[in-house]
Design a binder for this molecule. Sequence first.
Ligand code: PBG
Length: 326
Amino acid sequence: MPTNRPRRLRRTAALRDLVAETHLRVDDLVAPLFVREAITSPQPIESLHGVVQHTRESLRAEVVGLAELGVKAVILFGVPAEKDSIGSGAADPQGIVQLALADLRVDVGDDIVVMSDLCVDEYTDHGHCGVLDEHGNVDNDATVELYAQAALAQARAGSQVIAPSGMMDGQVAAIREALDGERFHDVAILAYAAKYASGLYGPFRDAVDVTIVGGGDRKGYQQDHRNAREAQREIDLDIAEGADMIMVKPALAYLDVIAEAAARVDLPVAAYHVSGEYAMIHAAAERGWIDGDAVALEHLTAIKRAGANVILTYFTRWFAESGAES
Ligand code: PBG
């Protein structure tokens, strides 16, 4: 008969709670929200169950509601009515995200952290995260200049945390310099530092109405999923450039990258549980093949266990409402 019996501590729920190493809390979570220009009612996103493209008004109501539920942070994505080759809407003071940021700061002030994703793919007619050169490649340095302009527009509108997601080299340094040049010393940068060219972003592209021209992809700027060490190099570069927090994205297929970052880095580590990860849970749960709530909790807890203390997830409202804890 065994003397060492780990099962002793698994016997009751109280014992299990007592020895649990990881606790997921609502203040670990950030809700990604979409706001679309020129619509009069919220538009459902078929591939993202329960997530909508908001109007300015419905976004305000949603964020006030989330704050009441105890959610501590949201991140905004804009869907403009018009797209062009350089994604002008991203830096336009009247652009949809800028207007929405200003609305939210009036409504919720400092009660909730208002973050803004910074990229131009939602705003370009070709769907890439930057401007194209004469060969159709994304021009890194010209794009970084656009990002600096967009960062200033977001900061002027009241963003508290700017999250560049385009994976251009030098983007964090350029944004920090632009922000400091206008004395936005307090605006933080959450760098999407290790962002992979993933097959899991499909539903997000429905959410922001993005199709990459010519059936293209982002492999020329986002990371190759075969590489882990490269992610640490990206993270180090972003920290050296002035990032305040770093992010790994997607989350579950990259728990090794999250764990390594958490062990090496002394900044907060964020992870994005992306649209495809969310959609897979819903699709399987809808068919009765898995218990969606249980899997959602298991996934989010695993991301935290790996070392992320900030988790961007479409499950934020559900988690806050259900009062689920793990
Ligand atoms: C780029 C961006 C993407 C996501 C967040 N920011 C898509 C992409 O890189 O193609 C994906 C988020 C998700 O899938 O939930 N602006």
